[in-house]
Design a protein around this ligand. Structure first.
Ligand code: HSE
Length: 304
């Protein structure tokens, strides 16, 4: 009795969509194999990365417990987590594990919940990692594509159509940024003028995505609430943004709470030169930098 699923990595805080807009990535994520076992214990087998093996401290098992408590299932599990990207990268690692666990349990136990209904259980795991309840990684990881979040418990939100020709470059320098620290930098209140700018940019971004208006996407992909405080945690942030702009970027920003950054491009744009320049920029500072060119994942969590 076992099931294997894939839960993609994701970019949250998409420009003005701080805490409310994210999208799923192709080629990065968690493969989770969930098997029933005798007894009531949850056993974690993490492959490819160091993850907590205490079920009270692992986002996957905390989410799994929350879902099983809801449906009244008391059996034990072996959960094998294969991660092909790095926790703490700003690419929704904890969301992938939490979503993968509850999505797999729903399949294995044939509980019949919709993906939308599963989101708040995944959030119980995700909030353990970040100390805050936001669904801008969990929702796109579960549903795929771009997802805007209006509320978390229960999930309220919608998928946003996007141009099929859109691709994304992920830039992941080897710098440590903790989500809880990155949240601690933010002011508790914002001036009215900034709130208005953010709302206007969000409206512009949704319009640009749904109508494939690249100029609108580019000039709306600005975050005036979090990015000005957080970019100082990411060395060479402005220089990377400038390089992306010189190579025809359709918008550049921090992915999640960093240190990863993302930039949109059209599928036909050749990024070879840009990628070399970014690598050189970081290696001159003695920092390793990984790059991932990806399509948008339109499927979200799936059985594999
Ligand atoms: N919206 C979240 C934040 C994403 O910025 O704190 C990171 O998990």
């Amino acid at each position: 009795d076992s099931v294997k699923v894939f839960a993609p990595a994701s970019v949250s805080n998409v420009g003005p969509g701080f805490d409310i807009l994210g999208f799923a990535l192709e080629g990065m994520g968690d493969k989770i194999t969930l098997s029933k076992r005798d007894g009531t214990a949850y056993i974690i087998d993490a492959v490819g990365t160091d993850l907590p093996t205490d079920p009270e401290k692992n986002v996957a098992t905390v989410a799994l417990r929350s879902f099983c408590d809801e449906i009244g299932y008391q059996g034990g599990f072996l959960i094998r987590i294969e991660k092909n990207f790095t926790p703490g990268s700003g690419l929704g690692s904890s969301a992938s594990s939490a979503v993968g666990a509850v999505f797999a349990a729903n399949e294995l136990l044939q509980a019949g919940y919709s993906k939308e209904e599963l989101i708040s259980f995944a959030l119980d795991g995700e909030s353990l990692a970040s100390g805050h309840r936001h669904a801008d990684n969990v929702a796109p990881c579960m549903l795929g594509g771009f997802v805007a979040v209006k509320g978390c418990d229960p999930f309220d939100g919608f998928q946003v159509a996007y141009p099929k020709a859109l691709k994304v470059l992920i830039i992941f320098p080897d710098i440590v940024v903790k989500t809880s620290d990155a949240r601690g930098l933010l002011p508790k209140e914002v001036p009215m003028s900034l709130a208005i700018q953010q709302a206007a940019n969000m409206a512009g971004l949704i319009n640009g995505l749904t109508t494939a208006n690249y100029a609108m996407i580019r000039n709306s992909l600005k975050d005036v609430l979090a990015q000005p405080y957080r970019k100082r945690l990411i060395q060479a942030y402005d220089e990377v943004g400038k390089l992306c702009e010189e190579h025809g970027s359709i918008g550049f920003n921090i992915s999640g709470s960093g240190p990863s950054m993302f930039s949109f491009f059209r599928k036909e744009q050749d990024l070879t030169q840009l990628k070399e320049s970014i690598k050189e920029l970081y290696s001159a500072k003695g920092i390793n930098c990984r790059l991932h060119e990806s399509a948008i994942n339109g499927r979200g969590a799936e059985v594999i």
